[in-house]
Design a protein around this ligand. Structure first.
Ligand SMILES: O=P(O)(O)O[C@H]1O[C@H](CO)[C@@H](O)[C@H]1O
Ligand code: HPA
Length: 328
């Protein structure tokens, strides 16, 4: 895990607090996508540390409709000793605006492992610049998270995929990045990571191997796939021609998130695992009837909530057992 260059102290109330030090502030400038400075995000992390009892080790981002199983009563069943903090109460945090994204950080334990779950993520189409969509990932890093599990709902483009399948993300194609839109755009702060981060090992090989083993243990290997994800800016679903182009370049599943979060996480040296729930078939032919819609996306999330909860819980346990010395 890369040093975040912040000393961790304990304040008078026994809460963790991160001390500021190092480089000068980078001024926020949304227009030029410079993002919040390291110091501003330390304020956010310190606010959270003053509220929580355990420091999370693993961060989970819940995809569309997949956060509902973390909600209210059922959340307590899965995350022990849950402490929920609404986004609107967190300094410098954006707020969730999309149905199926509740807008809370949930701290607690899964299988005894301290975690933080984002019950709701931020998307570019909501009007947030990419750096802001990914701000929680950097805050997680400052809190001590070294592993990110990002989940998403995605359209299945691979003709062998079925609705309800789970796709372990092997790699991504950063379509928005091709057009120059990247969460790391703007001045680089080396305290988060290097100017030119590599991305050829973005999705941890050991984690993917473990996920396939876990799928066998849970007897769900028949619905678990491995493939390439891409994120488009949204909010519209894709045209037939766009989908055919994506198919030609090797995309298996299409969504509107995750890629920029993963880039941000890898930039600050987190280990990453990502999982797509295939919620709909991408309609890549003019002869096919039907239209993609968000309701269907949310419905499939509900149907798969139990399996997702079991899968993610087991992964949290197994990733933690792996320790920090594995090949990324
Ligand atoms: O990627 P998540 O947040 O799971 O959501 C996916 O589902 C929504 C479309 O139905 C889009 O936001 C797309 O990105
Ligand atoms: O078909 C899709 N396209 C883009 N994003 C999505 N999120 C869920 N399904 C889809």
């Amino acid at each position: 895990m890369a040093p975040v260059n912040a000393d961790i102290n304990v304040n008078g109330n026994g809460a963790f607090i991160l001390a500021k030090k190092g480089l000068p502030e980078i001024v926020e400038n949304e227009k030029f996508t410079q993002g919040y400075s390291y110091e501003i995000l330390l304020d956010t992390a310190n606010f959270l540390l003053s509220k929580i009892k355990v420091r999370p080790r693993i961060g989970v981002i819940c995809g569309s409709g997949m956060g509902s199983y973390w909600k209210d009563g059922s959340l307590a069943e899965n995350i022990e000793d849950a402490e929920c903090i609404p986004y609107e109460d967190i300094p410098n945090f954006p707020v969730s605006t999309v149905e199926g994204h509740h807008g809370k950080l949930v701290f607690g334990k899964i299988e005894g492992v301290p975690v933080v779950a984002m019950q709701g993520r931020f998307h570019y189409y909501e009007g947030y610049p990419l750096w802001k969509c990914c701000l929680p990932v950097r805050v997680m890093k400052l809190l001590g998270v070294d592993t990110l599990i990002a989940t998403n709902a995605a359209g299945g483009l691979n003709p062998n995929y079925n609705i309800g399948d789970l796709m372990i993300v092997k790699d991504h194609i950063n379509m928005m990045g091709f057009a120059g839109n990247n969460p790391l755009h703007g001045p680089n702060d080396d305290r988060f990571g290097p100017r030119f981060p590599p991305m050829n090992k973005a999705y941890n090989y050991e984690f993917r191997k473990i996920a396939k083993e876990v799928a066998k243990e849970l007897e769900i290997e028949n619905i678990v796939r491995e493939g390439v994800y891409t994120c488009l800016g949204g909010p519209n679903f894709e045209t037939v021609a766009e989908l055919n182009m994506l198919k030609m370049v090797g995309v298996d599943a299409v969504g509107m998130s995750t890629v920029h979060e993963v880039i941000t996480a890898r930039h600050c040296d987190m280990n990453v695992f990502a999982l797509s729930l295939i919620t709909n078939e991408c309609i890549a032919s003019y002869d096919q009837s039907g239209e993609a819609n968000h309701e269907e996306v949310l419905d499939v999330g509900k149907v798969r909530q139990d399996i997702l909860r079991k899968f993610v819980s087991r992964l949290v346990e197994r990733f933690t057992q792996l320790g920090g010395s594995h090949e990324k």
